[in-house]
Design a protein around this ligand. Structure first.
Ligand SMILES: Cc1cc2nc3c(=O)[nH]c(=O)nc-3n(C[C@H](O)[C@H](O)[C@H](O)COP(=O)(O)OP(=O)(O)OC[C@H]3O[C@@H](n4cnc5c(N)ncnc54)[C@H](O)[C@@H]3O)c2cc1C
Length: 399
């Protein structure tokens, strides 16, 4: 419920910022009409705190009207000079996970797309399993902005009432999801590594206590149930050509003044050589067992010969063998290459959680009981300082 108290001075500041034209100034007092979505933007701009929103006690609410699994569609620059955007791969991973959840619940899988100009994104979203695409096109959505995007999402959620909503645990998703959660007074489970349905609720699993245990989290008292999921944790499905989604176009009146952060300069790196371990097909990773920074450099050569990139355990990063951008694991990057080679990595749970989704894992370790062998498809018990040079030599000969 939204209320305007007698403190209202009729300053009119709330009227232009309302994205849904839901405020009229009647007798010098702000009055909300039925278009109000309780998004809360007016509360933020009121200089005399005259507007209050009271939300219902979650536990007392009936959630039967909340239906649909929603996936936030993240767009990213293509990286070339065209400045065009493409759908970030994590979106497809979430659609694959969301499809399974929606099927089990008997609900629709819906993609939520905010953009300034649509480039037929709905075709890809439909092919990847979305039944519906809620699309908001507006020039103010030309680039991500916390205030603008969260306002639109809050309004869409309030209007359509999904049962759950998934975001990538990316820089953008980690910024947007908490903001939406706090505006809606709902919970959020960050960095989920598993999603399932239990008794009609979203069962959200994530590592806890430094990765030593898995916590299963349910949110029975609020809707939507919201999670962020790290890229590369879930597998994207194959697109089904010809499978289409229904497009639901939504409008939002967005004012530039909603943006509290001004972008002064944008720098996009076009460096083709930049490390992108999250997208690599082959990763050659090293751990403390590599012993020195110089010896670790052999992995650069091996990765080059294999057409892959170099990864590292946290111990290797802490010892200065490689930069943090190469770290694989819970506090680094989650990867799922076709081939993951692990040299001198013991296989601590915090490392495994970041690479266990790799198609083929090959581990080399002198300790036959190293836990890395539990997830490896092929294991070699031996000295990496003998094996790595031999591998390099053999690959050079083969070329
Ligand atoms: C909150 C938290 C977050 C963390 N996040 C991460 C993370 O993101 N990524 C990560 O990797 N770790 C992370 N860690 C650290 C993790 O617990 C381990 O300490 C770390 O992964 C160990 O790295 P390592 O396997 O290289 O080193 P070690 O555990 O020391 O293993 C070295 C291995 O090399 C082998 N070896 C040594 N010499 C040779 C040789 N000559 N030939 C063959 N094998 C040899 C040894 O047998 C051993 O198995 C985190 C820890 C915490 C608490």
């Amino acid at each position: 419920m939204i209320e305007v108290s007698n403190k209202c001075i009729g300053c009119n500041k709330c009227v232009p910022v309302c994205p849904f034209a839901a405020i009229n100034m009647i007798d010098k007092k702000a009055t909300m009409n039925e278009a109000c979505t309780l998004c809360g933007v007016c509360v933020q701009v009121c200089p005399v705190n005259a507007i209050t929103i009271t939300r219902e006690e979650a536990s007392a609410r009936d959630f039967s009207g909340f239906k649909g699994v929603w996936v936030y569609v993240e767009l990213t620059e293509t990286g070339d000079k065209s400045h065009q955007k493409r759908i970030k791969p994590v979106t497809f991973e979430l659609l694959a996970a969301g499809r399974r959840l929606a099927d089990e619940l008997g609900e629709d899988l819906c993609a939520v797309l905010l953009c300034d100009k649509n480039h037929n994104y709905e075709k890809e979203l439909g092919a990847h399993g979305a039944d519906k695409v809620y699309m908001v096109e507006h020039e103010e959505l030309f680039e991500y902005n916390t205030d603008i995007f969260s306002t639109v999402i809050v309004a869409l959620v309030t209007r359509h009432k999904p049962s759950s909503m998934l975001y990538g645990a990316t820089i953008q998703g980690r910024d947007l999801a908490p903001r939406v959660a706090s505006a809606l007074y709902v919970g959020l489970t960050a960095d989920c590594t598993g999603l399932a349905i239990k008794d009609g609720l979203l069962l959200q699993s994530r590592p806890a206590f430094g990765g030593n245990i898995m916590a299963d989290i349910l949110a029975p008292n609020s809707r939507p149930q919201m999670s962020t999921v790290r890229p590369n944790v879930m597998k994207a499905g194959e697109p089904v050509l010809g499978r289409t989604a229904v497009v639901v176009r939504e409008t939002a009146k967005l004012d530039r003044s909603l943006r509290r952060v001004k972008v002064l300069e944008r720098k996009i790196e076009h460096d083709a050589g930049a490390v992108k371990i999250e997208n690599a097909n082959i990763i050659v990773s090293g751990g403390r067992g590599m012993k020195t920074k110089d010896k670790f450099k052999q992995l650069d050569e091996l990765a080059k010969l294999l057409g892959g990139v170099v990864g590292a355990s946290r111990a290797a990063v802490d010892l200065g063998f490689k930069e943090k951008t190469h770290q694989v694991g819970q506090s680094g990057t989650t990867v799922s290459p076709k081939l993951y080679l692990a040299f001198g990595i013991s296989g601590a749970v915090q490392h495994i959680v970041g690479m266990k989704a790799s198609d083929v894992i090959v581990a080399v370790n002198k300790d036959p009981n190293a836990p890395i062998f539990n997830v490896a498809k092929y294991g070699i018990v031996g000295d990496i300082h003998e094996i790595v040079p031999k591998l390099i030599e053999a690959l050079k000969k083969a070329k």
